[in-house]
Design a protein around this ligand. Structure first.
Ligand SMILES: [Zn+2]
Length: 135
């Protein structure tokens, strides 16, 4: 079935990207240093509490776990550091790194909010979750 094959190839692309990143960043031990990956690929990570443009975030962004965007060709991951556990923050950053490194379109920003995650998650959301899990 071609539909299933397409899903499988999208899964493989996300899984392989996670392995490729570990190899390129020479990561061989746990716990994984997400900052090291971000630095290697020149992606900025900014907590909401330090975001200069926080007042411009809409309510959906403020309520979400985080998002990635691109400003003047600089990829940036913003994450919600208010009322979130470190485990949840780490998964959010790993998920957003997935969007950035799988070359997803960062212009049409989707805000990660696992509380309101819809069952019809797009293939890109599934790929970002596969990447986050496998990394
Ligand atoms: Zn996402």
């Amino acid at each position: 079935m071609p539909y299933k094959n397409k899903n499988y190839s999208c899964y493989c692309a996300a899984r392989n990207k996670a392995w490729e990143v570990l190899i390129h960043c020479k990561i061989t031990s746990l716990p994984l240093n997400l900052n090291l990956i971000a630095e290697y690929y020149k992606i900025k990570i900014i907590p909401y509490s330090k975001a200069k443009n926080y007042k411009n975030f809409n309510q959906e962004i403020k309520d979400g776990d985080g998002f990635s965007t691109i400003l003047n060709s600089q990829k940036i991951i913003y994450f919600n550091d208010k009322n979130r556990t470190i485990q949840r923050i780490r998964f959010t950053i790993a998920h957003e790194l997935g969007h950035c490194l799988l070359e997803h379109d960062l212009i049409k920003t989707k805000y990660r909010n696992s509380e309101t995650g819809l069952p019809e998650d797009s293939i890109e959301e599934i790929q970002a979750n596969v990447f986050a899990r496998d990394i």
